[in-house]
Design a protein around this ligand. Structure first.
Ligand code: 5AD
Ligand code: FES
Length: 345
């Protein structure tokens, strides 16, 4: 039986088998074809869209890879008010979005109370929409309060499942243990949970990637976001090269085979390292795209990495652009909440 058939049926390869898939391009065509077949058997041609609202680029953390880290004095900081966030949702709703993703740095200005107020306003105005939060590590009580206010989903990448690697990407004030605690709390509370990691981050080894896959198996996420690490000149990692498109696509296919029901985005980072990166991501097994809904005036400032796409005036309409791209790749954008199969009513 081929490695890929084994991955598709057992979903549990040995470390050396995973290594064989990850370290060469020998299996790429077969992997991609199997991933697309599995994706079509579970979700058909559907591609789900999420309206991404990047509501603050202020952050109390100092992750070494990230352009909005606290120590980056060149970042021009902004915060959207509750009213501005609600305006983004109104615009998004008219464009057909039925999921809003509120993403931001870890910004203490947005207290748990304020987040709850924003969430409950969106919940009241748009009872048919899913609300996704992506605002980092919080207390279990905080997560529970947002959930009770109406949030349905939470995105928090684990970034790397190896504690030693984690400590090379983050300052000592952060820990893999706390990140994991957050993810398991979120799951227990009842969120649809998304996790994931960067591909090609500094010091990353194949063993680290194998640990990432195993950790995800243990977590059982509903959504998995991965994208290439991309260099940012205003970070301590400015000398490191960006991650590779090929390895990222290979991992998307492996994830699709290991997690047939997962919602997997073709990320903006993928579209940034290659003009057709997102289309290639979809063909490799991804089934979600996240067009930018942030006001054009702040888009350039939410610069996690360099040359991020969809930040110029010409990109005021990501929704239409992505729809055309999805269709050109052979899939179809659908306007509904796009829940994980396990959460459909
Ligand atoms: N390159 C690619 N992805 C990055 N992220 C943060 N900084 C970078 C970078 N330089 C990713 C992290 C984070 C997500 C919101 O963006 O994985 O979880
Ligand atoms: Fe944003 Fe094309 S998806 S401009």
């Amino acid at each position: 039986m081929s490695l890929i058939t084994r991955l598709e049926t057992d979903k549990n390869l040995t470390d050396s088998e995973l290594r064989a898939l990850l370290e060469t391009d020998a299996h790429d065509d077969e992997l991609r074809e199997a991933a697309d077949r599995v994706r079509r058997s579970v979700y058909g041609e559907d591609v789900y869209i999420r309206g991404l609202i990047e509501f603050t680029n202020c952050c109390k953390n100092d992750c070494y890879y990230c352009g909005i880290r606290r120590s980056n004095k060149n970042a021009e900081r902004y915060r959207l008010s509750r009213e501005e966030i609600l305006e983004c949702c109104a615009e998004g709703y008219d464009l057909g979005f039925r999921t809003f993703v509120l993403q931001g740095g870890e910004d203490p200005h947005y207290s748990d109370e304020l987040i709850c107020r924003i969430v409950s306003d969106i919940r009241k105005n748009y009872p048919d929409c899913a609300i996704t939060l992506s605002i980092g590590e919080k207390s279990r009580e905080g997560y529970k309060a947002y959930f009770d206010a109406g949030a349905d989903r939470y995105l928090l990448r684990h970034e790397t499942a190896d504690a030693e690697h984690y400590s090379r990407l983050h300052p000592a004030s952060m820990s893999l243990d706390n990140r994991k605690r957050c993810l398991f709390d979120l799951k227990e509370i009842g969120y649809q949970v998304g996790s994931g990691f960067m591909v090609g981050s500094p010091y990353q080894t194949t063993d680290n990637l194998i640990s990432d896959l195993k950790f995800l198996k243990q977590l059982g996420p509903h959504m998995i976001g991965i994208g290439p690490y991309i260099t940012h000149a205003d970070t301590p990692f400015k000398e490191f090269k960006s991650g590779s498109l090929e390895l990222c696509l290979r991992l998307i296919s492996i994830l699709r085979l290991m997690f047939p029901e997962a919602l997997i985005p073709a990320t903006t980072a993928l579209g940034t390292i290659h003009p057709l990166g997102r289309e290639m991501g979809l063909k490799a097994g991804a089934n979600v795209v996240m067009p930018n809904l942030s006001p054009v005036s702040v888009r350039k400032k939410y610069e996690l990495y360099e040359n991020k796409i969809c930040t110029g005036e010409e990109a005021a309409e990501c929704r239409g652009c992505l729809e055309r791209r999805v269709e050109a790749a052979g899939y179809r954008v659908v306007t509904d909440r796009g829940d994980n199969i396990a959460f459909r009513k």
